[in-house]
Design a protein around this ligand. Structure first.
Ligand SMILES: Cc1ncc(COP(=O)(O)O)c(C=O)c1O
Length: 367
């Protein structure tokens, strides 16, 4: 790696430039949301509106008493590995999955003569970091149904492709690709280049993960997070699952693997994996919240995309250009997406009661 590239990488890692902040600013709305007064509807970051499991809260409180001690990352790595039935050497834990995505980009997509293939719109951390390292970004539009177009992505891959990024379910559209199609895509494309599958919203779908395929495939990286269904966005815990050699390449970029996870973060993640009932509750309530919104969008004939994540994507056709500002004036945080010149709203799911409040506000905003 030359010195210029290394300086760029260091700047990206230390400035946290790859985090959600850059993404949020790009999508036209950034608030330090944890500082917002309680009466705001915080529907902008796909967080869990139920907090975390009470068992996780207890584990964190206990862990705080050990704050003077370094945490046992190995225990967490072993636990995640057992959860997915892979070897511990296949787990790379990071401070949120954003860090895992950035590490993957820096490890595999840092040669400016190369390109990465990604969908658009999608979650931007991986493509952004690659782009900042000088790599060309090939954006493939979604299908008319806002689903990632695997066929077109496969066609776009060429001898210069360093990596392909597929977010499934996709943020911001909430769509998922068909399981067999994705598995075939990975099998074919990973013969030629690295494939990064972002499974941060995987718990919201009932489909097999690609994690088992990482054991024998050095070109496959799967990304997971504790920020969504586990309700731990504020604790910053994520991880990549990959072939042991691939994990080594990613970890070669950080001083000590796991060092960015706090004592309370380790305890939280360990306890979260032991409480599947909380995950189930969150998934069930998410569907209830979606239904509250769908009922109104159907009735108002507003186009929306049926979602497989804790967010819903709906068209802003017929809404004022000042929609985002008007929402903020009503104490609501949502995202507006410029989707090839068309305006769409991505709204995260709150509780059913919060979604009813959101619907009432939406009703006042149609022009
Ligand atoms: C698809 C996707 N991947 C990764 C992330 C990053 O999440 P975190 O860094 O909190 O794990 C997000 C956050 O919204 C996301 O939507």
């Amino acid at each position: 790696m030359n010195r210029r590239n290394w300086l760029k990488i260091s700047a990206l890692l230390t400035a946290g430039a790859y985090t959600g902040t850059a993404y949020a600013m790009q999508t036209g709305c950034y608030f330090p949301v944890s500082d917002l007064p309680k009466d705001w509807l915080r529907l902008g970051s796909n967080e869990n509106p139920y907090g975390c499991s009470p068992k996780v809260m207890e584990a964190m409180q206990t862990a705080l008493k050990e704050c003077n001690r370094y945490p046992n990352y190995d225990a967490l790595i072993q636990k995640i590995a057992a959860h997915h039935q892979v070897a511990a050497e296949q787990i790379c834990i990071t401070a949120g999955s954003s860090e895992a995505l950035a590490l993957a980009a820096i490890a595999f997509a840092r040669n400016p003569s190369q390109n990465i293939v990604t969908a658009k719109p999608t979650f931007n951390v991986f493509p952004d970091v690659a782009e900042r390292l000088g790599v060309t970004r090939i954006d493939i539009p979604l299908t008319a149904e806002k689903v990632i177009d695997l066929n077109k992505m496969a066609t776009a891959v060429n001898s210069q492709t360093a990596a392909v990024y597929v977010c499934n379910p996709n943020n911001p559209t909430g769509t998922k690709v068909e399981t067999d199609a994705l598995h075939n895509f990975v099998q074919e494309i990973a013969k030629r280049t690295v494939v990064v599958i972002d499974e941060v919203y995987h718990d919201f779908i009932n489909a097999p993960s690609l994690i088992p395929k990482t054991t024998a495939n050095p070109n496959l990286v799967v990304i997971r997070s504790f920020s969504k269904v586990y309700g731990l966005a504020g604790m910053r815990i994520g991880y990549a699952v990959a072939h042991a050699d691939t994990v080594k390449k990613m970890q070669a970029l950080i001083s000590r693997p796991g060092i960015t996870i706090s004592q309370a973060g380790v305890a939280a993640a360990m306890a979260a994996l032991d409480d599947p009932a909380f995950v189930q509750m969150s998934v069930t309530k998410n569907k209830e919240s979606q239904q509250v919104l769908y009922n109104y969008l159907n009735q108002a004939k507003i186009r929306y995309i049926p979602s497989y994540a804790n967010l819903v994507y709906f068209s802003l056709d017929g809404f004022a250009p000042t929609y985002l500002k008007d929402m903020q004036a009503r104490k609501v945080i949502v995202r507006e997406i410029d989707d090839y010149g068309q305006r769409w709203c991505r709204v995260s799911m709150g509780t059913p009661e919060e979604m009813q409040q959101f619907v009432e506000i939406l009703k006042t905003m149609r022009s």
